[in-house]
Design a protein around this ligand. Structure first.
Ligand code: NAD
Length: 498
């Protein structure tokens, strides 16, 4: 991480210029309607940029550009090695513009610059590099059909992939979709979240600079019920990769049924359990990571460990450790490297979080936090909040709050902990803390989630698939498995004289 002070970051932020126009067919363009909306910095309330408010007309333009590019083969028929070279260049360009990419996300949605510059922006470069390097090392199959037959089974690109992404990791959520989709040879139309579209737009510009041809990667900012819906309903979009809330994920499944039966891959919400057993020896490490698991990125993380289950004998001691850590994470200016928590994405999200907190004060015991604060008299900030004595049926333990709010519930047996962990409509991730090898193997087997982290939280890398079970959706990002999302299996069967 560059050794920059608060003043350095403020100076760099002040010097930044923002382009909020859509990026369609290789160039920045206004929405056809000419309408724009404000992109607002939630830490200050200041308008950062006017963003093109695209609708169905612009989605049509972008999909048509993507289709033209796909059919004439300017990207889809390049060799995997050629696509690799371009994508490696894009990874390098992201690295060359790391401070800018990090600042765009920090200013647009309130995350800490220290996280954006060490996690989000380098992560994006890494994922582009990872898929670039993968794509010329994948072999297809020949089916065992016997003499006289040669049946080739290949993974082929689909055509135009629609991607709709959330605001909590704007650059990385876009990257998780765009990198494998481009690597596989598709054209992409990305509709980023309206709350934080700026890094995706800059990414498209960098992709063009790296050599991604016109029309191959389009970014169309706009609102969900207009631009997002138009993409979901589009008759010429071959596949739709979605990350966002469960309610919106369900809508995309409907859009598919109402249009061309495009395959939809939903990666949706979560309410991840974190189970701490009394046989966990390093409770300080567990408390550190438990605090990170819920308070990182202001708790605006799909896999946030928002339900903590602690074995009763260690409950009080563990909660005391946790409260100390929560109180050390007081929110501050996201551009200040000394801040430990940033701003909530916007006013309505902040109010939604506060409604859960106020209701929780009447049903559970507030151990710390519980209030909205300002920084320099402004902004959307919520203090890290811990509720104990939370009933399993309390909304605090059931609903995805998507903020820095942790519910704590005690348990008396392993079976009870597993039952409570599984008692959720969500199944994205879970964590287990134990020093028993048997338990470390046994409990993850019983948890109905996509990823179980043992003696850590939120384990994640390019090499492992990320996604959920139940109403957390069934899409998988990351790893070679995500390429299954952006390709179709194709059989070519040839007869020959044996
Ligand atoms: P959201 O569902 O409100 O929005 C996500 C995207 O869908 C945005 O681009 C939005 O414009 C679009 N959208 C909204 N309404 C739409 C509609 N009616 N038709 C078409 N498109 C529509 O979610 P959000 O608030 O941006 O993000 C938070 C959610 O994302 C949380 O539920 C979180 O758990 C989830 N999330 C999941 C993962 C994962 O990998 N499973 C990762 C990050 C975030």
């Amino acid at each position: 991480m560059p050794d920059l002070s608060h003043d350095d970051w403020k100076t760099r932020a002040a010097a930044l210029s923002f382009n909020g126009q859509a990026f369609i067919d290789g160039r920045f363009t206004e929405a056809a309607s000419g309408r724009t909306f404000d992109s607002i910095n939630p830490a200050t309330g200041k308008v950062l940029a006017q963003v093109s408010e695209c609708d169905g007309t612009d989605i049509d333009r972008a999909v048509a550009a993507g289709r033209r590019a796909f059919e004439d083969g300017r990207w889809s028929r390049k060799t995997p090695g050629e696509r690799k070279e371009v994508m490696l260049k894009l990874a390098e360009l992201i690295r060359a513009n790391l401070e800018e990419m990090a600042l765009l996300d920090s200013l647009d949605m309130g995350k800490l610059i220290t996280d954006a510059i060490t996690i989000d922006a380098p992560g994006s470069a890494h994922f582009f590099q990872w898929y670039a390097e993968s794509i010329d090392k994948l072999y297809d199959e020949i089916a065992p059909t016997g003499p006289g037959n040669l049946a080739l089974i290949a993974r082929v690109p689909l055509g135009v992939v629609g991607a709709v992404t959330p605001w909590n990791f704007p650059l990385d959520m876009a990257t998780w979709k765009v990198a494998p989709a481009l690597a596989a040879g598709n054209s992409v139309v990305l509709k980023p979240a309206e709350q934080a579209p700026l890094s995706a737009l800059r990414l498209a510009e960098l992709a063009a600079e790296a050599g991604v041809p016109e029309g191959v990667f389009n970014v169309v900012p706009g609102h969900g019920p207009t631009a997002g819906k138009a993409l979901g309903l589009h008759m010429d979009v071959d596949r739709l990769a979605f990350t966002g809330s469960t309610a919106t994920g369900k809508l995309f499944m409907q859009y598919s049924g109402q249009s061309n039966l495009k395959q939809v891959w939903p990666e949706t919400g979560g309410k991840s359990p974190n189970i701490v057993f009394a046989d966990c020896e390093d409770l300080d490490a567990a408390a550190d990571m438990t605090a990170f698991g819920i308070f990182f990125n202001q708790g605006e993380v799909c896999s946030a460990n928002s339900r903590l289950y602690v074995e009763r004998p260690i409950l009080d001691a563990f909660v005391a450790k946790l409260v100390a850590r929560a109180e050390a994470m007081h929110p501050g200016d996201p551009l200040d490297p000394a801040s430990r928590m940033g701003a909530i994405v916007n006013e309505s999200q902040t109010q939604g979080i506060m409604r859960f907190i106020e209701a929780g004060k009447t049903t559970a015991k507030l151990a710390t936090g519980g209030d909205r604060v300002t920084v320099d008299g402004k902004g959307c900030f919520v203090r890290p909040t811990v509720f104990t004595e939370v009933d399993q049926n309390d909304p605090l333990a059931r609903e995805e709050i998507f903020g820095p709010v942790l519910s704590v519930t005690a348990f008396d047996s392993e079976d009870e902990a597993v039952a409570m962990a599984n008692d959720s409509i969500y199944g994205l991730a879970a964590s287990v803390w134990t020093d028993s090898l048997n338990r470390a193997c046994r409990v993850p087997e019983k948890l109905h989630v996509g990823t179980v982290s043992v003696n850590t939280v939120d384990a994640l890398s390019a090499e492992t698939p990320f996604g959920g079970m139940k109403q957390s959706g069934f899409g998988r990002d990351l790893s070679l498995h995500s390429l299954e999302k952006y390709t179709a299996l194709k059989t070519t069967w040839m007869k020959y004289k044996a």
